[in-house]
Design a protein around this ligand. Sequence first.
Ligand code: F6R
Length: 610
Amino acid sequence: MCGIVGYVGARDCSDVLVSALTKLEYRGYDSAGIAVFDEDNNIKTVKTKGKLKDLVEKLEREGKPDGHVGIGHTRWATHGEPSDVNSHPHSGARVTIVHNGIIENYIELKEFLISKGRTFLSDTDTEVVAQLLDYKYNGNPLETIDDVMAELRGSFALGIMFKDFPDRIYAVRRESPLIVGVADGECFIASDVTAILQYTRKYYLLDHDEIATLSGDGVQFVDEHLDPIEKELKTADWDMEAAEKGGYPHFMIKEINEQPDAVKTTIIPRIKDGLPCFEECGITLEKIKDFKNITIVACGSAMHAGMVGKYVIEDLARVPVNVDIASEFRYRNPIVGEGDLVIIISQSGETADSLAALRLAKKKGAATLAIVNAKGSSIAREADMLIYTLAGPEIAVASTKAYITQLAVVYLFAFELALAKEKVSAAECKRLVSALMRMPEAIKYVIDNCEEKCKYISTKLLTADSLLYIGRRLDYALSMEGSLKLKEVSYIHSESYAAGELKHGTISLIEDCMPVIAVATQTDIIPKTISNIVEVKSRGAKVILVCTDACARELKEGVADYVIELPHTEELLMPITAVVPLQLLAYYTSVNRGNDPDKPRNLAKSVTVE
Ligand code: F6R
């Protein structure tokens, strides 16, 4: 997973590339580089291990390439450790490229090229593509690219410069995302539209195996047979401000604060006359009423949103729901087929395993519904039905506002399904919808009232080696998300457990002062969770309890060391507010440990490789 950019136009190309790359650092940040045609039409490449700021320093030290045509890259290493030499761009004698994705057959291609006398500088699969382009180069870039694409297996988005054509760059993709932006007299490529929003909102979505030529004459597209094609020009409705930090120290905390608006923006257009309405997404009561089984497939936080979905859909619509991790689902023989609904949840819409799971579900004849944030992404385009979460761009690697909007959509969809199945009356459905409409306010209340407490409690977690998150039912689904959030940004080990399962082994881990974060928001099972809390507390755990205000009022002295109280809302909807303190605890623990919560080590935002 990497970010790629390219530019052709009158501006200083190095400046444009670096500035666009700053918006893509969420995709990878272990090395960066640019290549620009200089005034003598030579390709000048500057690249370095480290973050983009290290590249900027190097450009200042060594002088930035002066020119108007070039490509750039920010890397998240897959083949070869992060190093100067493995950084992109990579070159053959007459070709320089940047690449996002994975070339699965790069070893056999490399062996072939070595047998032809080629030598390699790096360990990357990308250099193999650069060398192959150079090896096959016949003076016609489009034919050469087409020829090479026929040999590549895997996923790729490529920005390509041919030394003989200093007025242009080429772009092509298969599986990995790539857009082509256009403005007056200039054009761009980028892995994500946020990279170029400062220059233009107009863009084209490049489709699989299409090739774009970007030059002073604008952009031309050809299909895989090299026949010219017309493409639809799109307009991004995300603005620059949404992709900037807006005064917050990190994107993660900015995005936590954006959650009330994100939920409101996501649900309002899907409510009509007080009832859920997904007609604009092609979803009607008639269309969904006959599904007998539902499988939700996703990865990471999106899968945790699916876990909440399982409880809610089963509870309200009485349809059995199976939740599966996409990387597991795709490599077994899942029991889904005609008459079943498979829901894929994904922020980026490009997660390789989730995309593969979607394709498998379709192949098996199941109807598919995508819940996706990134407009025009592969999952959004390929699913039979589509509901966008309208969270806006999520830049921090750790998902917050995208997760909460996934919850909002899952709830509304569950209400709609329950109505379609005649398991709730229209009046009851309206009551649930109106409770959901009050949630943005409740989220804001929790942020305003819990942030300081979470900040303080986080200071008690700093030196912990390991934590447990416990809860039952919906609170368990939420514990999974809380635990992931904490470990990914703080680097403290944590696990989530169904509270009742602790005594079947895991309780032996409890020792003096081990933090246990318990979630208890579901009235009928609060006493059960409290008895699990007592069990860990009596073995020395430090308990942080996230619970409803009603539960807090009835709590006996000394049961928990710290209590975070949540306002009363519809109980089924509690995960929407209860996740907020868990996000804040993770954020402040990360910051207090000196980490960068926006760019956790070893992670990237969009996992477009397996
Ligand atoms: C965690 C996180 C990841 C993603 C996962 C799926 O904070 O963000 O676990 O949820 O990688 O990504 P998407 O939703 O883009 O498919």
